[in-house]
Design a protein around this ligand. Structure first.
Ligand SMILES: Cc1cc2nc3c(=O)[nH]c(=O)nc-3n(C[C@H](O)[C@H](O)[C@H](O)COP(=O)(O)O)c2cc1C
Length: 477
């Protein structure tokens, strides 16, 4: 049986009422404008834009994809109803086991329904949105796979690096220093060779999720995707570069990045909610082949003022990593980790613990704020007791409001690991560091038995009235 594809996921999320179809929005500002509005609150539907003015009916754009836990759950093959914390737990297990299944070669697939070569290549067949008004142009690659092959080994890497459309057969790719795609591209250029590249837009969301995750150097995302699906990903080779792409992808193109061949790129609004710089020269992709399915679907995961699609799913993964790293550092009784989506899933981390000893909460906060998974761009780390749900910001603010002893529970650490994307990073280009705050919002350990009692239902009463009066309770309360 063929792998699940984007259309299977769409059918699954439509069945659980997590999809909204919108017709008549044009791509120059209306699609992006609507996506921006829907993304302001997590839990809204995925948006499928059809009947885009100027394009054939059926040529679609899909966005706001992974902004709800049920849709992420469905993508990962989990029960839709699981909570954010179930998801974090799933990622923890996934990271520990890291299952890998090698992809399998197939002889073509739905992607081959339309093949455009040479002068027939035409990116403008796709209604690529300008996602935000100040963006430098239309970005076809956000939720994309940019695929390159290491010239020194069999390693195929794919990553989500933004891809802008410049002409019908010219795109650009912006890959930050240190990313695997950039390291591999540089190997070709150091030898004076063009770097072969394939860009895939419109795949099953689980495959895209891996594109944005920092898998170790040398590891193949295709194999990791097979590990999530529990079966080999079916790949076919692009005709010119021979690079593998999923045979059931919606849209793919291939070409070459020549040494020193750059075009003026960007800007694109970032996941921090700001533009981080001006337009700059970035590597051009000279496209030789474009392929797409009939009625293709462009998939977008758009950075914006958080919460946004670019960071919500990444937050659930990162929390799993922080939790594992807290345990690896010997911190006992961690009960939950959540990187609140309004903080871009990086700037704000909440950890809940069952306090065992004086200093336990401070230790957890220090480690969470500086372990590998939690350190980059962190600004706020809050430690709460285990009666607080870290995914519930009301409860977190209540704990911060009522359990902090300002004489010793607030630490400000200077010189943390930051990024030029952080608007409050100091020495943006040279050092990239920031200050961060660690707040112990747990009840003081020495008062844990004498602290005022909480004026809320016990778990038992909650369960009894919920069972008896389920019909009068609104959803999600
Ligand atoms: C939607 C989305 C867009 C991204 N855009 C970029 C980008 O334009 N450039 C970049 O260097 N990283 C970008 N990232 C981050 C990388 O995808 C991420 O660091 C990934 O691990 C890179 O793959 P690699 O580890 O194989 O290099 C983006 C991530 C996501 C989820």
């Amino acid at each position: 049986m063929a792998n699940k594809d984007l259309r299977d996921w769409l059918a699954e999320i439509e069945a659980i009422s997590e999809l909204q179809i919108i017709t008549g929005a044009e791509p120059k500002e209306e699609i992006g404008g609507l996506v921006d509005i829907f993304m302001r609150k997590m839990g809204g539907p995925a948006l499928l834009f059809d009947e885009v003015p100027g394009y054939p009916k059926g040529t679609r754009v899909l966005a706001n994809i992974l902004t709800s836990a049920p849709r992420i759950n469905v993508a990962l093959g989990l029960p839709a109803k699981g909570t954010e914390m179930d998801l974090v737990q799933w990622w923890r297990g996934y990271m520990r086991d890291a299952p890998m299944i090698k992809p399998v070669q197939v002889n073509g697939g739905p992607l081959c329904e339309n093949i455009l070569e040479g002068k027939d290549v035409d990116l403008y067949r796709i209604p690529t949105p300008v996602w935000h008004e100040l963006d430098g142009g239309p970005f076809i690659g956000t939720a994309c796979l940019v695929i390159v092959k290491d010239p020194d080994s069999d390693w195929i890497n794919y990553g989500a690096y933004r891809v802008q459309v410049h002409a019908k057969d010219v795109a650009s790719v912006m890959i930050s220093p240190g990313k695997h795609g950039r390291i591999i591209m540089q190997k070709y250029h150091d030898r004076g060779l063009p770097c072969p590249v394939a860009v895939v837009v419109g795949v099953h969301p689980a495959m895209f999720m891996l594109s944005g995750l920092e898998l170790p150097y040398g590891k193949s995302e295709f194999e990791a995707a097979g590990g999530i699906f529990g079966e080999a990903v079916e790949i076919m080779n692009m005709p010119k570069t021979g690079l593998p792409v999923p045979a059931n992808a919606e849209i793919a193109f291939e070409g070459y990045i020549h040494p020193n061949d750059k075009v003026q790129e960007g800007p694109l609004g970032e996941w921090t909610g700001y533009y981080s710089g001006d337009s700059r020269p970035e590597p051009a992709i000279r496209i030789e082949t474009m392929m797409h399915r009939n009625n293709p679907i462009l998939l977008g995961a758009i950075p914006a003022v958080p919460p946004n699609d670019n960071t919500f799913y990444l937050g659930s993964y990162r929390c799993g990593a922080i939790w594992n790293q807290l345990e690896a550092a010997g911190i006992p009784e961690v009960k939950g980790v959540w990187a609140h989506e309004a903080g871009g899933s990086r700037f704000w981390t909440t950890v809940s613990i069952k306090q065992l000893y004086g200093g336990h909460a401070k230790q957890a906060g220090m480690v969470a704020a500086h372990c590998l998974a939690g350190a980059y761009c962190n600004r706020w780390t809050i430690v709460v007791d285990d009666d607080i749900d870290p995914t519930n910001i009301d409860e977190v603010i209540w704990a911060m409001s009522t359990r902090v002893d300002t004489r010793e529970d607030i630490d400000i650490i200077e010189g943390g690991w930051s990024s030029a994307l952080d608007p409050m990073c100091y020495d943006g280009d040279t050092d990239r560091r920031n200050g961060r705050v660690i707040i112990n919002a747990c009840k003081p350990f020495k008062r844990k038995d004498t602290f005022p009692l909480v004026a809320r239902n016990t778990k038992g009463l909650d369960e009894r009235v919920r069972a008896k009066f389920a019909h009068v309770l609104p959803d999600g309360v």
